[in-house]
Design a protein around this ligand. Structure first.
Ligand code: AMP
Ligand code: MG
Length: 402
C-alpha cells in the first residue's frame, strides 16, 4: 500500500530545494578565526609578495658568476663589503665583481648580487670570504613577486578556509575576511513517544536522538543549530513552535511525523501555514520526507528513524546548505571502494545503503530500518541510482563518507 502518490526522484527534490535556496548572506570575521568558514568573495594580493628579492638562507650575497668552479680544493675568494640589516632596504649596499655581503635569511638582496651562498659553504678570514661551492643565478633567492603579484587572485569565493589559508590571507593584508554567514537551522523533534536525553524512557518511550544528531552535523557543516525541544503530535503544538522558530531561523528541520498516518501532523501544518512542495521522495531509507516553505523559509519534514533522518539530511538538506554557504565544492568527503557483495535494489527509487569501509572494500549493513547501531557501524553511504536493479559484487562505487 502506498499513499505516496507523487513521489519525486532525488535529483528533482534537490533541484526544488536549490531553486528556493536563500542567497548566501555575508559577514566579516577576523582572519584568525576564519578557518572552516567559506570565503564569500575573491581575495587578491594587495601588494607584491615578496615585495623585494629576498634571501632564503643565512649566507653571502654574491654574483653567481664569481663562484663558478668554486669547490673545497679551490675556493673562490671574495671581498666582504659588510652586512645586510634585516627589515631594511639599504640603498648603499652594492655587491660589485669579486665581492660579497653577509646576508641573513629574509634580508633584502643588495644591488649587484644575484644569488646567495649558504654560510655552511664559506669561511671568513677578516675581510675575505672563501666560497667553497658554486651557486647559480637566483640560487637561494626568492624573487620579488615570485609568490604572488599585486592584484592577482589568490583565493576564489566558495573555498573553505584552512589554517594555512589564514596565514596567506594575513600576508595578503586581509585582517577581516568576508565569509558566508552561518545559516541558523531550527530543529524540532516531534512525537508523543519522545523523551529528552536526560530522562530514562518508560514503556513505549524513546529518547530524542535526532535533535542531537542533526545539531552535531549542522555544527560541523558550518551552521548554527537552534534546538526547540520535543513537541507532541498535536496541531497546536506544531503551529506554536513554528510561529516562534520561523522568525529566528533561516531553515527549519522537523523530525518525525512526516509520513501519511493520521497522527502525522507535519504535512498538514506546513500546508496550512505555507506550501508543501514535495511529500515523498524516491529514496530509501527516507521516503516519507517533506519539502515545504513557510514565509519564504525552507521547512523540511524528516523521517523519525534516526538513520533515515540522517540519510535525508545528507542527500537532500545538504545541497541547500551548500547553496546558502556559497560552497564551490561540497564539503562532504567521498572515497572510492569496491563492493563486497551483491546489493539488490528496487528499480525506480534511489537507494542509499549504509556501508562499513575497510581497506577499500565497502560492506553493506543491511538492517531493520529502526536500528541505531548501523549508524555507528557504518562509515558512509553508497548510492544506487533509481534506474539500477542493484549493484554487483566487485563494482567500484563512491562512498559518501559520514
Ligand atoms: P515517525 O517518523 O514519527 O513515524 O517515527 C518513526 C520512528 O522514529 C518511530 O519509531 C519514532 O519513535 C522514531 N523517532 C521519531 N523521532 C525520533 C527522534 N527524535 N529520536 C529517535 N527516534 C525517533
Ligand atoms: Mg512520530
Amino acid at each position: 500500500m502506498s499513499r505516496f502518490l507523487n513521489i519525486v526522484p532525488v535529483a528533482e527534490a534537490v533541484a526544488i530545494v536549490i531553486r528556493f535556496s536563500p542567497e548566501p548572506a555575508m559577514e566579516k570575521v577576523p582572519v584568525e578565526s576564519a578557518a572552516g568558514r567559506i570565503l564569500a568573495a575573491d581575495i587578491t594580493a594587495d601588494t607584491d609578495i615578496p615585495g623585494f628579492d629576498r634571501s632564503v638562507v643565512d649566507g653571502y650575497a654574491v654574483r653567481a658568476a664569481d663562484t663558478a668552479g668554486a669547490g673545497d680544493a679551490i675556493p673562490a675568494l671574495l671581498h666582504c663589503t659588510g652586512r645586510i640589516t634585516m627589515g631594511r632596504q639599504d640603498e648603499k649596499a652594492v655587491v660589485g665583481p669579486a665581492s660579497c655581503a653577509y646576508i641573513p635569511t629574509g634580508g633584502v638582496l643588495p644591488a649587484g648580487a644575484d644569488a646567495v651562498v649558504m654560510v655552511e659553504y664559506t669561511e671568513d678570514e677578516s675581510d675575505t670570504v672563501l666560497v667553497k661551492k658554486a651557486v647559480s643565478h637566483g640560487e637561494n633567492v626568492l624573487l620579488h613577486d615570485e609568490d604572488f603579484k599585486k592584484g592577482e587572485i589568490v583565493f576564489f569565493a566558495g573555498r573553505q578556509i584552512t589554517p594555512q589559508d589564514a596565514g596567506v590571507l594575513a600576508a595578503c593584508g586581509c585582517a577581516m575576511v568576508t565569509v558566508a554567514k552561518k545559516p541558523i537551522v531550527g530543529i524540532i523533534s516531534t512525537g508523543n513517544e519522545l523523551v529528552p536525553v536526560t530522562v530514562v524512557p518508560g514503556p513505549g518511550q524513546v529518547r530524542d536522538a535526532n535533535a542531537s544528531m542533526l545539531a552535531a552535523y549542522l555544527t560541523e557543516y558550518g551552521c548554527i543549530p537552534r534546538l526547540y525541544g520535543i513537541i507532541a503530535d498535536e496541531r497546536e503544538a506544531f503551529e506554536s513552535v513554528l510561529t516562534r522558530a520561523l522568525p529566528e531561523c533561516d531553515v527549519i528541520l522537523l523530525s518525525g511525523g512526516s509520513s501519511k498516518d493520521d497522527r502525522d501532523m507535519t504535512a498538514a501544518v506546513i500546508a496550512a501555514m505555507g506550501k508543501v512542495l514535495v511529500h515523498g521522495i524516491a529514496i530509501a531509507p527516507g521516503k516519507p520526507t517533506i519539502i515545504g516553505r513557510i514565509a519564504e523559509k525552507p521547512v523540511f519534514g524528516l523521517p523519525g528513524h534516526p538513520a533515515s533522518a540522517f540519510v535525508v539530511l545528507v542527500a537532500i538538506v545538504r545541497p541547500l546548505l551548500d547553496r546558502m554557504l556559497g560552497i564551490s565544492q561540497p564539503l562532504q568527503r567521498t572515497e572510492r571502494a569496491t563492493i563486497a557483495v551483491n546489493i539488490p535494489s528496487q528499480r525506480g527509487r534511489e537507494e542509499y545503503v549504509r556501508v562499513s569501509l575497510k581497506n577499500g572494500v565497502a560492506t553493506p549493513l543491511f538492517g531493520k530500518s529502526g536500528l541505531l547501531n548501523t549508524l555507528i557501524r557504518s562509515n558512509g553511504l553508497i548510492r544506487i541510482p533509481a534506474g539500477a536493479e542493484g549493484l554487483e559484487q566487485g563494482s567500484v562505487v563512491e562512498v559518501i563518507l559520514w
